[in-house]
Design a protein around this ligand. Structure first.
Ligand code: GLN
Length: 494
């Protein structure tokens, strides 16, 4: 069975319109692959039981009205913190194990309106807190390049779905790196849009001032199309900009020759694994050969990013997660002698250890007497980080950085030491703190054959330019798929 039914959105559109395949056939291809590979990979938590039906309906409608959006009939996977009517939203938490949303997320509405088909919901770290998907209450997701290794997180399931050919594209969310880091670990492209590009309506809130929804794909062109589709105001998330998403397409179409790209000294020094550094050297050489100019820049406050993030994100999380009280949503403890015990027991039983840790940290950071010392100071340093990016973008068009300090690590390697887990986001977190768009593009694999990610960070609203740069690298590196999953029936890895 081939890895993908089509190699790009454009190829899908063409094959669909020329009648090379039906929408039902294309959906069945992915459902079959999910059936064969999901038991070992654990990328999906729920498969949409209605996918084939919807495909048939779309095939019928198409017979009467052939001109349709490229996404008409296109299958996608959704991280399980995005609401889609008819499917549970669990956030990989016991707290929401049986929760069914009554509304669609705006991104889901837009996908459905364009005719897309939801294949299912993907595994994640509980409430998007983590970097390995090991914090899921629903079990682990395996890295398709090496099942002994983590896929990254928190959107591990969405990254693996695409990397393993169980969906052609997926959506995830990124609060501190949760799209880019798993994309890097799984060898796919992941984009976190500018804060305010995509509505967060219907995304279960973790840290509302940092959360953004974005795509996973194999190609920059596909990521662009999906981002444009889901972007723009909906009247439901007041932080969304009224800018026309189509500007991303214009920027994408422009050349890259003559762009200047900054390399922050702070991101290429100590702590960066040699194999990643070597891969990124090769990526830089590709860009340089295309006339892109690199120069050093400084982001001296970025090193405080983790500290700032774990105060701001946990403070917001403590507040956002206060709604899970056994009354309004999800789990309700059965041992409830009184109201206080209902709250306490529900939260004790419903939340996993990492979520509890974050709630405790955030509650402490916001508590009387400590707010100025922790939360306010974190906001001040956040302002410094933003200013330093602003200054850097006076000198350069974009910033190039590693996505992760190391290749994908092994299961269990970091779970016992939360701090070392937190440090896996050291290069991704500052883009969230500054609200900037950033992506991870597949770079050259390490000598042991593991994926490595090249991160590009741009000024606000520069997604098109970031993706254009990623496309240059994509043409040089080529599309690499995990060999074991695709070689079985005579399929080649590339
Ligand atoms: N790994 C980071 C955390 O654990 C980021 C998570 C995210 O982006 N959702 O909070």
């Amino acid at each position: 069975m081939s890895a993908s039914f089509f190699s790009s959105l454009e190829e899908f559109r063409k094959g669909r319109d020329e009648g090379a395949f039906s929408i039902e056939e294309s959906v069945r291809h992915y459902l079959d692959r999910i059936e064969s590979h999901n038991p070992s990979l654990g990328a999906y938590l729920t498969v949409n039981p209605n996918a084939v039906n919807r495909a048939r309906q779309l095939d019928n409608r198409k017979a009467r009205n052939p001109a349709q959006s490229p996404f008409y009939g296109y299958p996608v996977a959704l991280k399980d913190n995005l609401h889609a009517i008819g499917l549970p939203t669990t956030c990989s938490s016991a707290m929401l194990a049986n929760f069914r949303p009554v509304e669609n997320a705006t991104v889901v509405d837009r996908l459905l309106k364009a005719g897309a088909i939801v294949l299912g919901k993907t595994n994640m770290d509980e409430f998007a807190m983590g970097s390995s998907t090991e914090n899921s209450a629903m079990g682990p997701t395996k890295n398709p390049w090496d099942p002994a290794r983590v896929p990254g997180g928190s959107s591990g399931g969405s990254a693996v779905a695409v990397a393993a050919g169980l969906a052609p594209m997926s959506l995830g969310s990124d609060t501190g790196g949760s799209i880019r880091q798993p994309a890097a670990f799984c060898g796919v492209l992941g984009l976190k849009p500018t804060y305010g590009r995509v509505s967060r309506y219907g995304l279960v809130a973790f840290s509302s001032s940092l959360d953004q929804i974005g795509p996973f794909s194999f190609s920059a062109a596909d990521a662009l199309a999906l981002t444009v589709l889901v972007s723009g105001p909906d009247g439901k998330d007041m932080t969304v900009s009224s800018r026309d998403p189509v500007e991303m397409e214009r920027d994408f179409a422009m050349g890259t020759r003559g762009l200047t790209v900054g390399m922050p000294e702070e991101f290429f020094g100590e702590g960066l694994d040699g194999a990643i550094a070597a891969s990124l050297e090769r990526a830089r050489a590709v860009w340089e050969s295309e006339g892109i100019v690199f120069k050093p820049v400084r982001l001296p406050s970025a090193k405080y990013g983790i500290n700032v993030y774990y105060l701001i994100a946990t403070s917001e999380a403590a507040s956002n997660l206060s709604r899970y009280d056994g009354v309004r949503y999800g789990l309700r403890s059965l041992s409830v002698p009184d109201l206080k015990a209902l709250y306490e027991n529900t939260r004790r039983e419903g939340f996993g250890p990492e979520v509890k840790r974050r709630i405790l940290l955030g509650t402490f950071a916001l508590s009387a007497g400590y707010q100025d010392q922790y939360y306010r100071r974190a906001q001040q340093v956040q302002a410094l980080i933003r200013e330093e990016f602003d200054r850097a973008f006076h000198e350069v068009d974009l910033i190039f950085a590693p996505t992760t300090p190391t290749p994908p690590f092994r299961f269990g390697e970091k779970v016992a030491d939360p701090l070392s887990m937190y440090l896996s986001d050291i290069y991704t977190i500052s883009a969230n703190l500054a609200g900037l768009p950033a992506l991870s593009a597949p770079s050259y694999p390490t000598p042991s054959g593991l994926p490595a990610g090249a991160q590009l960070i741009g000024p606000a609203w520069s997604e098109g330019k970031l993706l254009r740069m990623a496309q240059v690298l994509e043409r040089a590196v080529g599309t690499k798929r995990p060999p074991d999953l695709f070689s079985k029936k005579g399929e080649t890895a590339a």
